[in-house]
Design a protein around this ligand. Structure first.
Ligand code: ZN
Length: 99
């Protein structure tokens, strides 16, 4: 069954993702473990290589040097591109440990 043919009663709008995404965005980013989409290397974000002098902040994998994410923040808002990230894992939060 494809996404397009799933019953409409299973479908929620994007507001339903706010809770879990809030957990991802609320943690100290340096504690997040990023798995590189290119080489599969998992490493703490703090161990990645950052180039902050580009038009956007560029974060590269310490294993293969591929770009894992880019982030820009200016008057237009914050833009985060993560096509080089296969998986972003954060430590459990109090909300995620709640019964
Ligand atoms: Zn890599």
């Amino acid at each position: 069954m494809t996404e397009a043919t799933e019953p409409a009663d299973r479908r929620l709008d994007g507001n339903a993702a706010a809770g879990v995404l809030g957990e991802v965005l609320a943690v100290d980013p340096t504690t997040a473990v990023v798995t590189c989409a290119s080489c599969g290397n998992p490493a703490a974000l703090g161990a990645h290589l950052v180039y902050a002098d580009a038009p956007a902040l560029v974060v590269r994998c310490p294993g293969c040097m591929q770009v894992v994410l880019r982030c820009a923040s200016d008057a237009a808002g914050v833009r985060l591109e993560m096509t080089g990230v296969r998986l972003l894992r954060t430590p459990p939060t109090a909300a995620s440990l709640a019964p």
